[in-house]
Design a protein. Structure first.
Length: 281
């Protein structure tokens, strides 16, 4: 099973959710040879609920995963900012990810982000896997956290964007941290734009429909990481295209129809689910 652990379903946080763009992204993921992705959308992206509402409405459920019509597996997840600087990935059932996202509502703007320890306390209330996204990216401070806190993580993300910038340094530092805290290192492309799919992925020995089975394979080392020889080109090209598409939107154009050739879409109705909110403090 070829799995990308770190992907997004939107072009950018502050752009409207588009079913056409998301469908196009997932179609391109399958064309890139991936069997599965973890959808780790930013926790403070616009219309987070609508993105997952759309997937729950259109996908078949099997275990913890959502199955698309094209055969692609989607493991639901989220990427959350922490106060110290850095991003934390969480993977779980769609309903748990949605509930976590709602409980994080008061903490979605800079200056209000939860510190790592409190975020982990929240995640401990749910059956989720938690990992450090691109732990050595500039501006982040995850490696500087206390060792006792770092050991609460389940995995580390060897990130495609950082591999493209400096493969040797990124691999050395990420694997060293993984050994230090005794946690597996897996791979994610950090795709927002489809050109980036396949620049890096994790190939498991067998298919999984549950996160518990997937994590057993991670702990057993029943996988290996594949890095494309064109990773740098893919990441750079995706970045250029992302900036161009955002500029089209800023000028009042429809970047989705430019990219996909489709007419402007009708907004998808929000699927509301109710859960109690409580202050995390």
């Amino acid at each position: 099973m070829k799995l990308d652990f770190h992907t997004h379903g939107k072009l950018a946080k502050r752009l409207p959710f588009s079913t056409a763009y998301t469908d196009w992204l997932f179609g391109e993921a399958k064309k890139a040879g991936l069997d599965a992705i973890c959808l780790t959308e930013h926790f403070n992206t616009w219309q987070f609920d609508e993105l997952y509402g759309y997937l729950l409405h259109t996908c078949h459920r099997e275990g913890d995963r959502l199955l698309l019509a094209n055969g692609l597996t989607v493991f639901p997840g989220m990427e959350t900012d922490i106060r110290e600087g850095g991003h934390i990935l969480s993977l779980g059932k769609a309903e748990e990810i949605l509930e976590l996202n709602r409980r994080l509502e008061p903490y979605k703007i800079p200056g209000r982000f939860l510190p790592f320890e409190k975020l982990m306390d929240l995640f401990d209330e749910y059956d989720v896997l938690v990992g450090a996204a691109h732990p050595f990216r500039m501006g982040g401070h995850i490696p500087e956290l206390p060792l006792v806190q770092l050991k609460r993580l389940d995995f580390l993300d060897l990130n495609g964007k950082n591999i493209a910038e400096n493969r040797k340094d990124t691999e050395e530092k990420t694997y060293a941290l993984g050994q230090k805290i005794g946690k597996p290192v897996i791979a994610g492309s950090d795709t927002h734009q489809a050109v980036q799919y396949g620049c890096i992925y994790t190939k498991f020995e067998k298919e999984s429909s549950t996160l518990s089975d997937l994590y057993r394979q991670m702990q057993d080392g029943a996988y290996h990481i594949v890095i494309s020889p064109q990773a740098s080109f893919q990441v750079q090209t995706a970045g250029i295209l992302k900036r161009a598409l955002k500029e089209i939107h800023a000028l009042g154009g429809d970047y989705v129809s430019v990219l996909t050739g489709q007419e402007k879409e009708t907004p998808f109705p929000v699927v509301k689910t109710v859960s109690p909110l409580q202050d995390i403090g």
